[in-house]
Design a protein. Structure first.
Ligand SMILES: Cc1ncc(COP(=O)(O)O)c(C=O)c1O
Length: 461
């Protein structure tokens, strides 16, 4: 850390935070007695707080975002140059980075064709919901308007995305929610809902979606929104055979498949997009966090030419096109940063590194499972991993929630920031989460899992 701030500057920043900031996902009662953690700087995989403490960041900015690591001068420069040329113009017109990033993105997404820019993951999801709803009106007299979402998945904090929210602790007390969103069962094998294994389990979990469609009436269901790997709901990787069957079901009932890649998108799982592991052909793909690695706010709702064409079918009707705008979808910093972010991932072979380091991390986590009986399950894909902690491996009783916070704090005391499922599924906020930047080295991975090893020993014995 360069130490450019004086002690007085730092205490001013802390006091201003305590006086005026309403932090995200924090219960402020009791919080005010401690100083908040202020992150002053970041470089590569590491960040420094107001006390000059260095941390290895195992969660890419807390919420799996900074995929290419901190302090990338070339992204900052690309953004600076673009802002000096043109900072903003409404996306009803085009821009240089808007066009070039869309072109580059679509190169990585065979079958997809059109990019709708917006500024957060929630909004990108809402754009897809609105398109699905409008298609229902255009093609099916409004009837095929229901959108299915899955237990334990998360799609955002706006009212419509909460209505598609499979994590009840994020939703409770914010009702009434929007109608027309229907829940389907999760596909997690560890907490199995069916006494099956392997592909049979995967197909059964997908069949559960078909059962909901049949109960609701296939002519009322227009879309299905799923995370490729459920993130905050416990890093849930799909069972084999699941996605193939999901795709079949969508085709059979003419249901648009919307994949929420807000976390998995842009390399997190070792491919550009999580769905690309499973041979799926989505109708919508939404993305946000890793798109510009947090250097600028940008989110995209990407769809096919076929969907795009549906909005041009009757030019004489002035309400028949997608009548939506997102003010900050016209910011040029986002696509400028995103273009450079993508170049870095390609030039530095970060997808390959993600796969290799992800394997190392999974290996280390399995080692922890052998050593600590509190580790009930290890899950992950690429550099997106989680472990589920249980008091009893047989009953799978989750560990008490405060001990999860203690484990996170013990890692912090060793200079490693890890994540945990937080206010997600009632009684099941018992997963530790790891999503280091795609630049992680073997030493970084070992430092993370060594810290977890020590922390588990201290908290659970
Ligand atoms: C899978 C998923 N979708 C959507 C969102 C919402 O994104 P945002 O917070 O940018 O609105 C999140 C945020 O964590 C997410 O994890």
């Amino acid at each position: 850390m360069d130490g450019a701030l004086s002690k007085n500057d730092i205490s001013h920043i802390v006091e201003a935070d305590k006086a005026h900031i309403w932090h995200h996902l924090i219960q402020h009662k009791g919080f005010e007695t401690n100083d908040p953690r202020i992150i002053l700087e970041g470089k590569g995989m590491r960040v420094w707080d107001q006390h000059g403490r260095e941390f290895l960041d195992a969660v890419s900015g807390g919420v799996w975002t900074v995929n290419v690591g901190y302090g990338r001068e070339s992204i900052a420069k690309a953004v600076y140059d673009q802002l000096m040329k043109l900072c903003y113009f409404a996306q009803s017109a085009g821009s240089i980075p808007g066009s070039l990033f869309a072109e580059k993105l679509i190169e990585k997404m065979p079958g997809m064709s059109r990019v709708y820019y917006t500024n957060s993951g929630s909004e990108a999801n809402e754009k897809a919901f609105k398109m699905i709803r409008q298609i229902a009106h255009k093609k099916y007299g409004g009837k095929k308007h229901k959108i299915l979402y899955r237990d334990r998945d998360y799609h955002g904090g706006t009212l419509a995305t909460m209505s598609a929210g499979g994590q009840d602790e994020r939703v409770m007390q914010y009702g009434p929610l929007a109608p027309g969103f229907v829940r389907v069962p999760h596909c997690m094998q560890y907490r199995a809902q069916w006494d099956l294994s392997g592909e049979e389990y995967g197909q059964r979990a997908a069949d559960a979606i078909e059962e909901v469609i049949l109960a609701e009436g296939p002519d009322t269901v227009g879309g299905l929104c799923l995370e490729p790997v459920t993130a905050g709901g416990g890093v849930i990787t799909p069972p084999p055979g699941y996605w193939e069957r999901v795709q079949e079901i969508c085709t059979k009932y003419d249901i648009l498949l919307h994949i929420d890649e807000v976390v998995c998108g842009i390399g997190r799982t070792g491919t550009w997009f999580g769905y690309q592991h499973y041979g799926i052909k989505p109708d919508f793909v939404t993305m946000a966090k890793g798109v510009a690695s947090g250097y600028a706010a940008i989110a995209c709702c990407v769809t096919t030419e076929e969907v795009f064409e549906m909005f041009k079918d009757d030019a004489s009707d002035k309400l028949n096109y997608f009548r939506d705008i997102s003010t900050f979808g016209g910011c040029t910093a986002g696509p400028a940063a995103a273009l450079e972010n993508m170049r870095i991932i390609e030039d530095e072979n970060l997808l390959e590194n993600c796969t290799n380091m992800g394997e190392r991390m999974m290996g280390n986590l399995h080692g922890l499972m052998e050593k600590h009986k509190v580790v009930g399950d290890v899950r992950g894909k690429g550099l997106f991993c989680g472990i589920e902690l249980v008091s009893d491996r047989k009953t799978k009783e989750p560990v008490p929630e405060p001990t999860i916070a203690q484990t996170v704090a013990e890692c912090g005391a060793q200079g490693v920031i890890i994540g945990a499922s937080n206010r997600s599924v009632p009684g099941l906020n018992n997963c530790l989460c790891f999503s280091p930047a795609l630049i992680a080295t073997a030493d970084d991975i070992d430092q993370i899992t060594d810290a977890v090893d020590v922390a588990l020993g201290k908290v659970y014995g």
